[in-house]
Design a protein around this ligand. Structure first.
Ligand SMILES: *Cc1c(COP(=O)(O)O)cnc(C)c1O
Length: 461
């Protein structure tokens, strides 16, 4: 196949074409083909059988692949919380692939270990935990929440790593918390029923008035709460739990406070928005996905601890062929669930190095402002309603005319390749839901969205 640069040039030119077309919104935002049609169109079986793809065919494959992609940079992409990647992250992925270093032990990737440490320190500093805090990078907020809850269990019940769980351990979390919290509780062997469901308001925020009674009730039933999970922001509604009062209560009750900031911790970078996260610095742990709001490719998650010591109890098994006693600062495998894993921090490092922290903060700010604009536009229309003022770039709303089926509206727009939205249930009702991720979405697309829904929603019963 020849030199990387020759192939790379041809492939990158094709990817540039794809990106430009996507940003202009020329192509459908999402493909409507079935998986078999897609496999056929890409000639997957044929190429695996033949094994002789040359550069010209490779470029044509890339072109077809991109044509079928779900286009995150598209101005009418509004569906899921994934970053429309920026160039520095793309370059990082290339570098990672060519060097294929890992951070398991220092000697397997000196550059990568230093980069991951620098990125972790940056995240800690954003929360206000420089110097005292400790952190690790992992593959997604789902694993991040598991790692934080493992630390909480080590803290509240140090013998559990060796001896297993006593039957009374309990995690306090709202049903609206991300499903990975419930999954972690089950994976840790506490049993799914060890998740004590906290009451919320209609939009999924923990009800502070009823929280003290809930904790007392859990204790009366002989449960031992080892952690309380607050969410910033709640996946379905995009609203934030009130972190400051949750921190107060956890301090008074001696309960580990975990903030799932997978999506919303990025608002720490926006002077206008960071007030929503007040109290995050008083948590014991925070998870924060760079691949949501920091323009990096998947995956890059920081699991951040207020105190460095919290990392020590995390994974207590010995692997003497890899880790020496003194190596905890160098060998990141001791603080992460994965064994072999890529240098996760490189894409965030290059994004910070090439774009600057301020530009990331402005991106967060702009995307959040777009949700406010959509809220205002909805407020002016009698045929739509939005139940709350959005606090992030995630929000829910309904198309009101009698009999309109929100999910069917969404499917219509998606199969036409026109808009890509998601939907959710809130307060017992179906809602349309947007995650405004694309930097290229503007007021025109938001107006067009409402018109398009009204245009196809009438007979979508
Ligand atoms: C996205 C998200 C997660 C899961 O993170 P992944 O990176 O997808 O594993 C967890 N919690 C919240 C609040 C999220 O928004």
């Amino acid at each position: 196949m020849g030199q990387l640069s020759a192939i790379g040039h041809a492939v990158l030119a094709e990817l540039d074409r794809y990106r430009e077309a996507t940003r202009r919104g020329d192509a459908p935002v999402v493909s409507a083909m079935t998986i078999d049609e897609v496999a056929e169109k890409l000639g997957l079986q044929q190429w695996m059988d033949r094994g002789d793809m040359g550069v010209t065919e490779l470029v044509s494959f890339v072109s077809h692949y991109c044509e079928l992609a779900t286009n995150l940079n598209h101005p009418r992409y509004m569906a899921h919380q994934l970053a429309p990647t920026d160039t520095p992250a793309v370059i990082a992925d290339l570098i990672n692939s060519v060097t294929n270093n890992t951070t398991l032990i220092y000697e397997m990737g000196p550059g990568g270990s230093a980069v991951d440490r620098a990125v972790c320190d940056w995240m800690l500093a954003k929360i206000g935990w420089s110097g005292t805090g400790g952190s690790t990078l992992t593959s997604g907020g789902t694993l991040g929440n598991l790692i934080a809850l493992l630390a909480a269990r080590s803290y509240g019940c140090p013998g559990s790593w060796r001896d297993g769980n006593p039957p009374d351990l309990t995690v306090l979390a709202a049903p609206s918390s991300h499903y990975s919290v419930r999954r972690s509780v089950a994976v840790m062997g506490l049993g799914e029923s060890a998740l004590w469901p906290l009451e919320t308001d209609r939009w999924g925020r923990i009800d502070l008035d009823r929280l003290p009674a809930a904790i007392a009730a859990a204790r009366d039933r002989g449960r031992r709460p080892i952690a309380l999970v607050g969410t910033a922001c709640v996946t379905a509604s995009g609203l934030h739990d009130a972190l400051e009062p949750l921190a107060d209560l956890c301090r008074d009750e001696g309960i580990w406070f975990h903030v799932d900031g997978a999506h919303g911790a990025a608002a720490l970078l926006s002077p206008r928005r960071r007030g929503r996260l007040a109290g995050i610095e008083r948590a014991n742990s925070v998870s924060w996905d760079a691949h949501k709001m920091l323009r990096t490719s998947t995956l890059c998650t920081g699991v951040l601890f207020r105190e460095r010591d919290f990392l020590d109890g995390l994974f207590q098994q010995q692997a003497r062929y890899l880790f020496r006693d003194e190596s905890v600062d160098l060998d990141w495998g001791q603080r992460s669930f994965e064994t072999t894993k890529p240098v996760l921090g490189l894409k965030l490092f290059l994004t910070l190095a090439c774009r600057g922290e301020q530009a990331l903060g402005e991106y967060v700010d702009q995307q959040y402002a777009k949700a406010e604009l959509l809220w205002e536009l909805i407020d002016q229309r009698p045929d739509f309603s939005c139940p709350y003022r959005p606090e992030s770039n995630v929000m829910c709303f309904r198309y009101l005319p009698a009999g309109a089926d929100q999910e069917r509206v969404r499917q219509r727009l998606r199969s036409a390749g026109r808009f890509h939205l998601s939907s959710t249930r809130l307060d017992g009702e179906e809602y349309l839901r947007v995650s405004l991720m694309s930097p290229y979405t503007g007021p025109a697309e938001l107006r067009e969205l409402l018109d398009a829904i009204a245009g196809c929603g009438v007979d979508a019963k």
